[in-house]
Design a protein around this ligand. Sequence first.
Ligand code: ATP
Length: 283
Amino acid sequence: MTTRRGDSLDRANQLVATLTERMADPQPAPKGPLYTGIDLGTANVVLTVVDAQGNPVDAAYTFAQVVRDGLVVNYVAAVDIVRKLKAQLEERLGQELLYGAAAYPPGTGGRDVKTHQYVAEAAGFEIISMVDEVDAANRVLGFTNGAVVDVGGGTTGISILQDGQVVHTADEPTGGTHFSLVVAGAHQVSFEEAEQMKRDAARHREILRLVTPVIQKVGSIVARHIARYDVETVCLVGGTSKLTGFEEVLAKEVGRPVIKPAEPLFVTPLGIAMAAAKAGEDL
Ligand code: ATP
């Protein structure tokens, strides 16, 4: 049975909308245990908190360059950032955050997965689950058939689902950083300035034109991975997919409908926290 597209995105949109409302207007922590998702990304470190039922409670994030292509490259700075975001959330919620899950890009090997775990543990979390990033995203999307594509800062993660089972995963080094480099080159500005330009929705039409070849590259990667499978729909998540019009260019490349939630940046981080809450049921 194919997932009905509207249903899947309605649920994800509702969950992420609740999370962003809580971030804008923090509420006292609900009774009972809380669970945190720790997402160490190439561009952003995001901590997301849910209650024991997996309902969104709060989140905090910061731009950071402590991970490259899914690997932790600055361990000390990564621990420091996670510790600060943890303290910030604890102060807002009036409760200590103990249990967490951390995530790794699909296909990451054992030692590199452990490094993500050690960062979270050194920052004061008890890690009760390690989860694949695209698998985490799918906890929010609830896709049963199709491809989930997570275009982050450094990489594009792909997960193909058939009848609710993940049948193929991959992570390839093309992401938002490459978009920013193209924008920086075209406008003769620094990488940081290009990042700012890229995030300005008012400039998205112009940016889209510049980065179309990079989206086509992402498309060729996705097309290669889905070729052997019966994929009807592709669902886009990750911060880079916030670029207006990304989905239309990608749809042309992969020859299939491409959908994306209203706020694709928080889908994976929220799913990581939900994985922690699920693991908490067995404690
Ligand atoms: P990775 O998963 O590759 O390790 P990450 O988890 O840090 O990286 P995300 O947080 O999903 O990745 O996305 C970060 C990327 O999203 C950055 O390249 C950033 O420039 C881009 N981005 C964020 N907001 C926007 C926006 N409004 N428009 C365009 N791009 C955006």
